[in-house]
Design a protein around this ligand. Structure first.
Ligand SMILES: NC(=O)c1ccc[n+]([C@@H]2O[C@H](COP(=O)([O-])OP(=O)(O)OC[C@H]3O[C@@H](n4cnc5c(N)ncnc54)[C@H](O)[C@@H]3O)[C@@H](O)[C@H]2O)c1
Length: 429
């Protein structure tokens, strides 16, 4: 049976490694962070993901999954190497492929005849063939003749990762048919989802980016419509619900912006590649801009509402509900709450934060004070930024301040307005 090495034991790499181990493979997990390696070897998951703790204990106890920070050792031992390292944006919004390059170099040092290298990290189109492949061939081996290369994007949704990894369809693009067959047989061991083979690697790279760009662009459309509705005094949420009765319409839900490691980053990978080829990616770029401006629209809602109560934002206490980028997760990467907090602090406001999932140190690092929900609801203005389930049961009598800004449409405005609370929201009149 193949021995698998998974490079990068984060939100995607660790569940992937654990699922292959559960399927009976021997798996070596590689991470450059020794704390992550130690934690995994003790059977403790460094990330919060339903079901992962139990799965990890089981596969680590059975000796099926072992973590190490020695990537070269893992590459020498394994015959299938999976790259799932981070691919963030640099300061100039271009892709930062340093982790992918570094993992590829490590793999190249241990690459052997008969090995298969699989890339799961989200990358700009052509990265596998133009950047990763030449590094792997520094080993002296030739692709197709000596080793295989595959790109297969990951679509799992945080908080439902294990279910999605074992049920979602999997797209496979490869350098040759043999690599595709081998990867298809491999993923077939962990997923009931359909295996969809596309023509080549670059198509598979593009598929992943197209999926997230579709979602980001549609959220931008919903956000733009929401702001227009606000100016017309229309409830955008009601209007969107009604519009979605049209059998071919599926308007998305407006909100305070788009966070996370995928939607807010991946469209830029398309923009980067398109513009390098002289093709403007106008719609995709504009959609990003609209979504990135949403936290400042929320800031304006706060300012206007405080103004109506005669409170100056610079003298105000603001309570933020939620700094995770989406509901019921602890992930704060690219969260729209961060630019909002920065802007509020810049305005001189005192900012406190409640988030039932996010560690206090992370909140403090954002320049805000972590508080209880009760304390956050006592501020001059409370701003709901994340649709955590806990916030769905907020009642008017829990709010001690005058202003409540609901940037996610999870509460009914009328109920709050009736009680004299100034209630505003994205897309709410
Ligand atoms: N999180 C998601 O929901 C999601 C979904 C689909 C695709 N992806 C893509 O998957 C990739 C990984 O994302 P993630 O969310 O798991 O990232 P993550 O930050 O949670 O984890 C990445 C891990 O890789 C480790 N690492 C960094 N450089 C390394 C190296 N050279 N060798 C070995 N380990 C290294 C880090 O220490 C970290 O533990 C990214 O390209 C991302 O875009 C993520």
């Amino acid at each position: 049976m193949d021995l698998i090495a998974v490079f990068g034991l984060g939100h995607i790499g660790l569940p992937t490694a654990a699922l292959f181990a559960k399927a009976g493979f021997k798996v070596i997990g590689v991470d450059i962070n020794p704390d992550i390696v130690n934690s995994i070897n003790q059977g403790i998951s460094p990330i919060i993901e339903p079901g992962l703790d139990e799965l990890l204990v089981e596969v680590v106890k059975k000796g099926k999954l072992k973590a190490t920070d020695d990537g070269e050792y893992a590459a020498r031992k394994a015959n299938i190497m999976i790259i799932v390292v981070p691919t963030p944006l640099g300061a100039d919004k271009s892709s930062d492929l340093s982790a992918v390059i570094s993992a590829s170099r490590t793999i190249s040092k241990g690459l052997k005849r008969g090995d298969l290298v699989i890339v799961e990290s989200t990358v700009p189109p052509t990265t596998c063939e133009k950047i990763i492949l030449p590094i792997l061939e520094e080993s002296g081996l030739k692709v197709s003749e000596d080793f295989g290369l595959v790109y297969t994007p990951e679509r799992a949704l945080p908080n439902n990762t294990l279910y999605e990894m074992t049920n979602n369809a999997r797209v496979i693009g490869s350098i040759d048919e043999e690599s595709a067959e081998r990867a298809a047989a491999l993923y077939d061991k962990i997923t009931r989802g359909e295996i969809v083979k596309v023509k080549d690697i670059v198509t598979a790279e593009m598929v992943k980016l197209m999926e997230n760009t579709y979602r980001d662009t549609n959220i931008a459309l919903a956000n733009e419509l929401a702001i227009i509705c606000e100016s017309l005094g229309i409830d955008a949420i009601d209007a969107i619900k009604a519009a979605n009765y049209h059998p071919r319409v599926n308007l998305h839900i407006p909100g305070p912006g788009v966070g996370g490691h995928c939607l807010s980053i991946d469209p830029y990978f398309i923009v980067e590649m398109a513009e390098a080829r002289g093709v403007p990616a106008r719609l995709i770029r504009t959609a990003r801009q609209i979504n990135e401006e949403m936290p400042y629209h929320v800031l304006q809602l706060i300012k206007d509402a405080l103004n109506d109560t005669g409170v100056n934002i610079g003298d105000s206490n603001i309570g933020i509900l939620g700094v995770a980028y989406k509901g019921n997760v602890a992930d704060t990467r690219e969260t729209p709450s961060k630019p909002l907090i920065d802007a509020l602090l810049q305005e001189g406001a005192h900012v406190v934060v409640h988030d039932p999932y996010v560690k206090k140190e992370i909140i403090k690092a954002m320049g805000a004070e972590p508080v209880t929900l009760k304390e956050a609801l006592r501020c001059d203005c409370t701003v709901l930024m994340t649709d955590h389930d806990e916030y769905r049961s907020i009642e008017p009598n829990m709010i001690q301040g005058k202003v409540f800004i609901c940037a996610r449409p999870i509460l009914q405005p009328e109920k709050f307005k009736k009680k004299g609370i100034i209630f505003r929201g994205v897309g709410r009149p």
